[in-house]
Ligand binder design. Structure first.
Ligand code: FAD
Length: 469
């Protein structure tokens, strides 16, 4: 099937989207038969799930409340893990035509700086891209449609249909969703299975019974765009210490991601455990950060493209239950962001693909019970890694510990390069270095220690970001 992705000929790199924008659900008469799978949300996780199901021949419908292209608050950074998934979907060329390729990470902290290329890896590429979500998300959704998925945009899922509560540890089940278009017209879209891919707020997931483990870390981040002469640098920048006007280190980290289109994406992030949000002022944190790096990057009110916007990052598979009799949660709706680095796009693509795999099995064998394989595959893919990550971020959320680690680590390039591989989940099985061994040792420990004991080993005082601003 032809891919309808095109780029405009006037020199603009932005792709053109031709998704079905259902301005009136009266046009939905054609969808009276249940779909094999209905997916709520057309972000990375929902569109990837739709692509893999559709290219396997299943009848799939994505319901997306926004119309592409749409702005989405994000750092706009794709690591090699994301690039790998986009390549697997046949989209790397389209992303390269619009995005900016970069080679690695430049880390700064406590007076030291270090440039680290992405590691060579047998599976993942040794480069990443930056690309705005305005450009990226529509590409993937359109690609899914080109492979046979029905993608309805401008249509919001209001509530699950025929909701049956899931009971202990089980997601509720439903036979589809009630949807509403922009004119307020409502319709029922039915499917044999329902995938929840509606992001961190997850209205439909919560209706089916999901909640977040409050004791586990959660991210809060804010970003804004600035015009900058340094927009096409080959490194993404990460600052591990942010300072207030008096030079005191405040909890949080900052990033500058060059977009290659005259702009840079500048943002700040905070990690927290339960209750630590109270009094956090991320807007102030962003102001401090822009003041700290502004002269180097030409950031000012004059070069700002508008006020910063923020969002939450549910991490480490902290959201569940994720499997019901005929339902699955993917991406942020399952809390799949990597706690080590706040990366969520790759994990959206991956969990969407894992879900598509088990749905394909359940549909082929007509055995809904096969959905339980999804939880097993998530555990296989991320269980140990996320257990270590959750403990690790508790540790480095403590500024004093972070300072010691960063101040000494940034001066030892091999250690930091290994750490980059661990934190970006780019370890290779065949070429194990000290970081892999360290990670594996910690992973073994996490397997023998119950969660409570593991937390106690790493227990540090909760961060108190109330002093920010
Ligand atoms: C400030 C910030 C910076 C970040 N930076 C990065 C980064 O640089 N790299 C990275 O990898 N990750 C980053 N992340 C994380 C990343 O944005 C998410 O993990 C990722 O978007 C998750 O994809 P998703 O498909 O699960 O959810 P989303 O991307 O949130 O997609 C959900 C979709 O569902 C739609 N939807 C929601 N409710 C409904 C409904 N009721 N009916 C129909 N449609 C609905 C939404 O419109 C949306 O399109 C960042 C997050 C934040 C907040």
């Amino acid at each position: 099937m032809d891919d309808p992705l095109t780029t405009t000929s006037q020199g603009s790199k932005s792709p053109t989207f031709r998704l079905m924008d259902v301005s009136s659900l009266r046009a939905l008469d054609q969808f009276t038969e249940p779909f094999d799978v209905v997916i709520v949300g057309g972000g990375p996780s929902g569109s990837a799930c739709a692509y893999w199901l559709a290219q396997a021949g299943w009848r799939v419908c994505v319901v997306e409340k926004k119309t592409f292209p749409r702005v989405k608050t994000c750092g706009d950074g794709l690591t090699p893990r994301s690039v790998h998934q986009l390549r697997a979907m046949g989209l790397e060329e389209a992303v390269a035509a619009v995005g900016h390729r970069y080679e690695g990470l430049r880390a700064h902290g406590f007076g030291a700086s270090l440039e680290m290329s992405w590691p060579e890896h047998p599976v993942f590429p040794h480069y990443g891209y930056t690309i705005t979500r305005f450009d990226l998300d529509g590409l993937v959704a359109t690609h899914a449609e080109a492979h046979g998925a029905t993608v309805l945009t401008g249509v919001e899922a209001i509530e699950p249909l025929d909701l049956v509560e899931g009971g202990a540890g089980r997601l509720g089940s439903a036979s589809g969703v009630l949807v509403q278009d922009k004119e307020g017209v409502r319709a029922e879209i039915r499917g044999r299975y329902l995938v929840v891919a509606d992001g961190q707020n997850s209205r439909i997931g919560r209706a089916l019974g999901t909640s977040r483990v409050k004791e586990w870390p959660m991210g809060l981040a804010l970003r804004g765009y600035y015009r900058s002469d340094r927009h096409d640098e080959p490194w993404i920048d990460s600052h591990l210490d942010i300072r207030d006007p008096d030079g005191r280190v405040v909890p949080g980290y900052g990033w500058i991601f060059p977009l290659g289109d005259g702009r840079v994406n500048v943002g700040v992030g905070l990690l927290s455990t339960a209750g630590a949000w109270k009094g956090v002022n991320t807007t102030k944190l962003q102001e401090y950060f822009v003041a700290q790096v502004g002269a180097d990057w030409g950031l000012s009110e004059d070069t700002s493209e508008g006020p910063a916007t923020g969002g939450r990052l549910p991490m480490g598979l902290a959201v569940g239950p994720r499997v019901g009799e005929r339902t699955l949660c993917v991406g942020d709706a399952a809390g799949s962001v990597n706690p080590f680095n706040g990366e969520g796009i790759a994990y959206g693509y991956e969990t969407g693909r894992l879900a598509a795999g088990v749905l394909g099995e359940a549909l082929s064998f007509e055995e809904p019970g096969r959905l339980s394989l999804y939880e097993e595959r998530l555990d296989e893919a991320y269980g140990d890694y996320y257990r270590v990550a959750r403990a690790f971020v508790r540790l480095i959320s403590e500024p004093k510990i972070l300072q010691v680690c960063v101040a000494s680590g940034l001066r030892v390039k091999p250690v930091m390069t290994e750490l980059l591989a661990v934190m970006s989940n780019l370890m290779s099985n065949s070429e194990r270095g000290p970081a892999e061994w360290g990670f594996r040792a910690a992973a073994s420990l996490s397997r023998v220690l119950p969660e409570r004991a593991w937390n106690a080993v790493f227990k540090t005082s909760d961060i108190s970001p109330t002093n920010v601003g």
